[in-house]
Write a protein that binds this ligand. Structure first.
Ligand code: PEP
Ligand code: MG
Length: 882
């Protein structure tokens, strides 16, 4: 028969799913012979059954009673025995730590009759009343929902009446009076007296812990931490030990090494004459743990040796909660301790040096998310004022500067600026380049602002919906507050918070190391990062390339370890002064005009490609032919309408009127599904041919100069092999006419679901595939990537429809299935087909793992995410831990 209850002696640390993290570790400590009070764990499965059916699993109560008997015999006390009652603690503990999110109830089993027995057995009447008042308030608030403030107010008024400042100064009779008052509060709210049956108390406490899995705060926490909602919590029931039994007792937390720096030693806090929750609640000031050596040297020594045992056993930093009862040490909890991102790297390297773990294990213990955290500059928040608003943290970093509202002024500004827009479009690029930070009131993590900002390494907070941006008036409002052009703003890309002041910023030593400005040995952190990167590079199978479209980005990508450019977008090359040429192309009425516009663009494109091929000499550069709808390069419809309507007959506006009719002609209801990508190549004669010619000539030029250019041509938005075949035929014709050009592979993006579904056909015409997972996600879900993150996703996350944005981390079941299908289909036709990914997911840790598992050859991501992808590709290639 299935058991829902495990004695601590029967579990182990590999049973976290069933016993929760806390229960599994209590069992492990028990097996190690460490001093853990006797107890048992009710499984997460029992919780799930209760939450599903509203009833406890059959037989659970009897099973619990049997385990209580075992605890009674080990402790030599009985539950409910008025002469010397056994008391129990009841604590939550799910698979993943959710600190403070669920319930704990101490001193279960105490009753009116038992309190006298406890006083007699302990020889301490004050202690007995203190336990009873704690039970009534904890039980009342967690099991029966009595407002906790009422208990707190009663406690405060008793302190005042007794003329004391702290709880330990209250006398036995003060506490006895307090208990009477607590019982009245309990009765007033529940209509019943405080329960005097210990078994009823225990069941009430267990049910309250089960229910606390679904409190609002627990749900919010799980959403933020990506913890599934259906795991349930285990319940740990343990014999009470007391830290509040006088000056030889106390409670504390300890770390086996400094969780901030990794330095070995005894770190933690100790609170004499107190119970656990007093430490966490911060009601009284704790002592540094070293003080315990002076207060109780034998217990301190025992604690030290228990900590050593745990570190050796877990081979990692552990944190411990302990209680000392009249000079006797008890361990109440341990777990592999939380740590800062920096400490994670440093401790992993230290454990290697100490011979505790090998480098592969060290690599398993760090991750790309933490590395990302270490790469961005941070604000020094000591003394910071309250933020004025919070948006979506879209591109990390700490930026401060003066507010500007348009890109031209940003580009012209002398000092650092924060570009504030409702949203950005490709036209804003010069301003985004000039700005240190970008703040928008619309859009989410894959909006234009976010994608471009990450690519550029600019800090970006987007979708700050409280902002009312009035670009014309050069100001924005947040509630009553008005912020004008020139005001100083600080934008925290790690948290999404925005401050109306200039906060001090610290640069990241890790980025300086990747840039080559700091030596690997310059600090323990940089040295640890260097070692993990070296190991990741040695074991990874996935190649890491960069999304880069300027020589500067390409150079940075190379410094950061990119093996090439996996996506060189060309749309930014058509902006600025070149827009006039694009306009000429669009407005051309005769073939000769088209030719003239293309001829003017050709040398400019050739120069663009030549410079990038030079920086990336010897490494592949995948150049994507023009993708976005052409009308994105034209002035806005609204502006033209306003200008021409004001003076309909003004001959000076003739050009505007022509432009207006072109913009109207090209207007599309769904431009992302319109005339873009390969469709442009097929419908705008000469456009792709010009780009291919420029690529061929740039490569020929570089080869003639003694370089080793390796360009590749990539066709966007293909949905059918015939689209690709047509572009390919034209490209081959053009390249055949370029003297001295090396062979240039031609491949395609897979970013339209139909391309994934017909990948076998497409592979006949493609020498490589690169998944454009931004568009593939957009089109698979039918989510407009520029809109949903600010509008639909917040609600979807709240409703639990999605756990995270599919634009950030690959949706394995849906989009991922298309990726797998396309890999299979493509390789069935062309077994040596090179396959990569160049959507934003190429730099996302969880997605990199998926691409490794799916057998891709490379991932391509923005330069600043290259180290993250390298690290994660290495981690994905490691064999499972033994
Ligand atoms: C993509 O769709 O994933 C992609 C890389 O192309 P873009 O983001 O430029 O549409
Ligand atoms: Mg795309």
């Amino acid at each position: 028969m299935r058991t829902y209850v495990y004695d601590f002696a029967d579990g182990g640390m590999d049973m976290k799913d069933l016993l929760g993290g806390k229960g599994a570790n209590l069992a492990e400590m028990t097996r190690l012979g460490l001093p853990v009070p006797p107890g048992f764990t009710i499984t997460t499965e029992a919780c799930r059954t209760y939450l599903d059916t509203g009833d406890l699993p059959e037989g659970l109560s009897a099973c619990v009673a049997a385990h209580v008997s075992r605890v009674e015999s080990l402790m030599g006390r009985e539950l409910g025995n008025p002469a010397d009652p056994l008391l129990l603690s009841v604590r939550s503990g799910g698979r993943f730590s959710m600190p403070g999110m669920m319930e704990t109830i101490l001193d279960i089993g105490l009753t009116d009759a038992g309190v006298a027995g406890l006083a007699a057995a302990s020889g301490d009447e004050r202690f007995a009343w203190d336990c009873y008042r704690r039970l009534i308030s904890m039980y009342g608030s967690t099991v029966e929902g009595v407002p906790g403030e009422e208990f707190e107010q009663a406690l405060a008024s008793h302190r005042r009446a007794a003329g004391v400042a702290t709880d330990p100064e209250l006398s036995a009779s003060d506490l006895r009076d307090l208990v009477e008052e607590y019982k009245k509060i309990f009765h007033a709210h529940t209509g019943r007296p405080f329960p005097q049956d210990p078994a009823e108390q225990l069941e009430g406490a267990v049910l309250a812990v089960f229910r606390s899995w679904n409190t609002e705060r627990a749900r919010v926490y799980r959403r933020a931490e990506h913890i599934p909602d259906d795991l349930g919590t285990a319940v740990n029931v343990m014999a009470m030990v007391y830290g509040n039994r006088g000056p030889r007792s106390g409670t504390g937390v300890a770390f086996t090494r400094d969780p901030a720096t990794g330095a070995r030693g005894v770190y933690g806090d100790y609170l004499p004459n107190a119970q656990g929750e007093d430490v966490v609640a911060g009601i009284r000031d704790t002592l540094p743990l070293q003080e315990l050596a002076r207060l109780d040297a034998p217990s301190f020594a025992r604690l030290g040796s228990a900590m050593e045992t745990l570190e050796r056993h877990y081979r990692d930093l552990c944190d411990i909660e302990f209680t000392i009862e009249e000079g006797r040490l008890w361990l109440l909890q341990t777990r592999v301790g939380k740590r800062t991102a920096a400490a994670a790297f440093i401790i992993a390297a230290q454990l290697v040096d100490e011979g505790t773990i090998d480098l592969d294990e060290a690599l398993r213990r760090v991750d790309g998310t933490r590395l990302a955290r270490l790469m961005f500059p941070r604000f020094d928040l000591s003394g910071a004022p309250e933020p004025i608003t919070t948006g979506v943290p879209a591109s990390p970093g700490a930026a401060c500067g003066r507010v500007v509202f348009d890109s031209r002024r940003a580009a012209e500004a002398t000092g650092p600026v924060i570009l504030v827009r409702r949203e950005t479009n490709p036209d804003d690029l010069p301003g985004m380049l000039a700005a240190t930070g970008i703040l928008t009131s619309r859009g989410g993590k894959t909006s234009h602002a976010a994608v471009v900002a990450r690519g550029l390494g600019r800090t970006c907070v987007c979708g700050a919906e409280e902002l009312d941006v009035d670009a014309e008036g050069r100001m924005f409002r947040v509630g009553d507050l008005v912020v004008r052009e020139g005001d100083l703003l600080s934008v925290d890309g790690a948290t999404g918070k925005v401050y109306l002041t200039a906060l001090p910023v610290r640069p990241s030593p890790v980025v300086r190391y990747f840039e080559g400005e700091l030596e690997a040995g310059s600090s323990p952190l940089v040295s640890a990062v260097d070692r993990m990167m070296a190991r990741a590079d040695a074991v990874r199978r996935l190649e890491v390339q960069a999304n880069a479209d300027t020589p500067e980005d390409a150079a940075r990508a190379r410094r950061f370890g990119a093996a090439g450019i996996g996506l060189c977008r060309t749309e930014h090359m058509f902006l600025g002064e070149r827009r006039a040429l694009v306009e000429r192309l669009i407005l051309a009425e005769e073939e000769g005009d088209v030719r003239a516009a293309l001829d003017a663009l050709l040398p400019l494109q050739r120069a663009d490609f030549t410079r990038i091929l030079e920086v990336m000499d010897g490494l592949p550069v995948t150049i994507r032919l023009l993708d976005p709808p052409l009308h994105e390069f034209l002035p806005s419809l609204e502006e033209l309408v306003a200008r021409t309507a004001a003076a309909p007959d003004d001959p000076a506006l003739e050009h505007d009127r022509t432009m207006l009719s072109a913009v109207r002609r090209m207007h599309e209801s769904n431009p992302m599904l319109g005339l873009r990508g390969v469709r442009l190549g097929l419908l705008v004669p000469g456009l792709f041919a010009m780009q291919v010619q420029a690529i061929g000539e740039a490569a020929a030029h570089r080869a003639a100069a003694g370089g080793h250019p390796l360009p590749e041509i990539m066709v966007p938005l293909v949905g059918d092999v015939r689209e690709l075949a047509a572009v390919r035929a034209e490209a081959e014709r053009v390249l055949a006419g370029v003297a001295g050009a090396p062979p240039i592979p031609i491949g395609t993006m897979i970013e339209v679901p139909r391309a994934a579904l017909t990948a076998g056909d497409i592979a006949r015409e493609a020498e490589f595939f690169s998944f454009g997972t931004n568009d593939l996600t957009q089109m698979t879900w039918g989510f407009s990537r520029d809109d949903v993150e600010g509008t639909i996703f917040p609600a979807y996350l709240r409703l639990g429809v999605i756990d995270e944005s599919p634009f950030e981390s690959i949706d394995r079941r849906g989009v991922g299935r298309l990726v797998r299908l396309a890999v299979e289909g493509g390789r069935a036709v062309r077994p040596d087909l090179r396959i990569g990914v160049c959507g934003e997911h190429g730099g996302d840790p969880a997605s990199v793992r998926f691409f490794h598992e799916t057998g891709l050859d490379y991932v391509s991501c923005s330069p600043y995410r290259i180290p993250i992808a390298r690290l994660e590709a290495g981690r994905a290639a490691l064999p499972a831990s033994t």
